[in-house]
Design a protein around this ligand. Structure first.
Ligand code: GAP
Length: 504
């Protein structure tokens, strides 16, 4: 992370804490690494993200049904899915400072200017592309200047800690000490079901919601009259004992997924894969990730799991680097076939038009609700200037959330706490609440400060009752982004705001 992007991330994390979006889990006891709590505004924001997904994916479509399966399932599910044998990350420890790392996320980099070695450094990164910038941060200011000034002729050699070439040793990003060889670490959390704590009662917290969908494929086909092509969608918590949770909520040990398993005929799978890859990418744009920080990256054939025919990631350039928000994969018939073989149950589909029986292929767009929420927070964060009540320009932080995602849709203020203004403002506040909107009422302090407090949490509209309101019954509505203020009859406020929110 460069200084500038590090500062930006710090500002976002501190705003999240200060304004009640995201807190460290069990903070009063010193927290728990990899676990986070969403505060009053954060829970609204994340709920809006999940609702937008559910609405687009389930409610607006004819070919999708929903599901809410259990977190703890029969452990045989995880044997059949391959998670017990292969849901592993490579782990390496520093021999000196004893820190533990995900070895596939530690990169050792050397920068050369001709024969001259300018820098060797180890960094943690999600993508090799981010390594030169992150490694440069570790250089002293003189070397950093040389790296910047001669960027065009600097040659970087980079290797992953678990893929060190012969003769090279991977080193610790924290202290520079030597790292151990990478060894496999299974990321599933284990628990015991019932009173006995032995191998017969061993169970796992699900590391993905997807397997609950496959395990219910037969139930859904038999009870819902669905016909291919159709999908099953699920939102829910997943758990992974990440070796090194980091980057705020981006890599957590407890997180929420929004997953689709879309079943289709094998000969139509390529077309549905392209459809879902593009539709899911567009979903983020439609909700405000409009900058060039969002990108769609098709996997190289060498990156694909052995059962997958194609895979693409929706990625976002966070301040800490570019990383995955969602993966979309053509998983062929691998999952249904594995569960059918392991359970002995028939998970094939009979197509009564073509009179064929086969195991459907599945396209899986798998998103993280916390990662999407974090991307919306990062994209929304901006700093600009707005006039205060005296017309003097003041710096402001404004969260430019898409109105559909904004945790609070409108705030209502009486200009002063007297002359009947609070009563009129409260009536408008009640009417907005009755219309089903998340609304905030505030009568404390200078109105300019009240506006700025709402800007900082991304409230699209602020309604102010002032002196004129008492004589002609109109109020002002201020737009968060354009800062324009219009006068609207008090009785029209609900219609004005709901229409604009619906059109956003
Ligand atoms: N069923 C496929 C599956 O689970 P994945 O790429 O491992 O695929 C899908 O996870 C999505 O879940 C990711 O794109 C990410 O958004 C989210 N996710 C995965 N691990 C996460 C973690 N440790 N913290 C937060 N989100 C995570």
């Amino acid at each position: 992370m460069t200084n500038e992007s590090g500062d930006l991330m710090e500002k976002i994390v501190s705003l999240c804490k200060r304004r009640g979006f995201i807190f460290q889990s069990s903070e009063i006891y010193g927290g728990l690494n990899g676990c986070w709590d969403y505060g009053p505004l954060g829970v609204e924001l994340k709920r809006n993200v999940k609702n937008a997904w559910w609405d687009t994916i389930v409610r607006q479509r004819d070919d999708m049904v929903g599901l809410d399966s259990s977190i703890i399932m029969n452990p045989r599910v995880w044997e059949a899915s391959g998670h017990v044998s292969s849901f592993n990350d490579p782990m390496a420890d520093c021999k000196t400072c004893k820190s533990r790392f995900r070895a596939d996320q530690v990169f050792c980099a050397t920068a050369r200017d001709g024969d001259n070695v300018l820098l060797t450094a180890a960094v943690e990164a999600d993508q090799p592309d981010d390594v030169p910038a992150l490694a440069s941060e570790k250089a002293n200011s003189k070397t950093r200047r040389r790296l910047e000034q001669h960027a065009d002729r600097i040659a970087w050699t980079i290797f992953r800690a678990d893929q060190a070439p012969a003769g090279e040793v991977a080193v610790c990003p924290k202290c520079g000490g030597e790292l151990t060889e990478a060894r496999k670490f299974n990321m599933m959390f284990k628990t015991y079901v019932g009173a006995m704590e032995d191998s017969s009662s061993l169970a796992y917290l699900r590391p993905e919601t997807a397997q609950g969908i496959f395990a219910n494929f037969r139930n859904v086909v038999d009870t819902s009259r669905v016909k291919l092509p159709f999908g099953i969608a699920q939102i829910g918590k997943s758990f992974r004992n990440e070796i090194n949770p980091r980057n705020f909520t981006f890599r957590s040990r407890e997180f929420e997924q929004m997953e689709i398993e879309f079943f289709c005929r094998p000969d139509e799978a390529d077309r549905w894969y392209e459809y879902w890859r593009d539709a899911r990418y567009q979903w983020y744009i439609d909700l405000g990730l409009t900058s060039d920080k969002l990108r769609l990256r098709e996997h190289e054939p060498s990156e694909l799991a052995h059962y997958a025919k194609a895979c693409a990631d929706v990625e976002y350039a966070f301040p800490f680097g570019t990383a995955e928000l969602e993966g979309c994969a053509n998983r062929t018939d691998f999952d249904l076939r594995s569960h059918s073989e392991a359970s002995g149950k028939d998970l094939s589909y009979y197509d009564d038009e073509t009179k064929e029986r086969f195991i459907p292929y599945v396209i899986e767009p798998s998103a993280g609700a916390d990662r999407a929420t974090l991307a919306f927070l990062c994209e929304a964060y901006s700093e600009d200037e707005a006039p205060d009540e005296n017309g003097v320009m003041q710096k402001r932080v404004v969260m430019k959330f898409h109105p559909r995602l904004a945790p609070v849709k409108a705030a209502v203020f009486p200009l002063v706490k007297k002359e009947g203004m609070p009563e009129m403002a409260e009536e408008i506040y009640r009417a907005l609440k009755k219309a089903g909107l998340a609304v905030f009422y505030d009568e404390k302090g200078a109105v300019g400060r009240r506006y700025r407090r709402q800007d900082e949490v991304g409230t699209p509209y602020c309604v102010t009752v002032d002196g004129q309101s008492l004589t002609d019954g109109t109020v002002t509505i201020r737009d968060r982004d354009s800062l324009e203020q219009v006068r609207v009859p008090a009785g029209e406020v609900v219609r004005f705001i709901t229409e604009r929110l619906a059109g956003a």
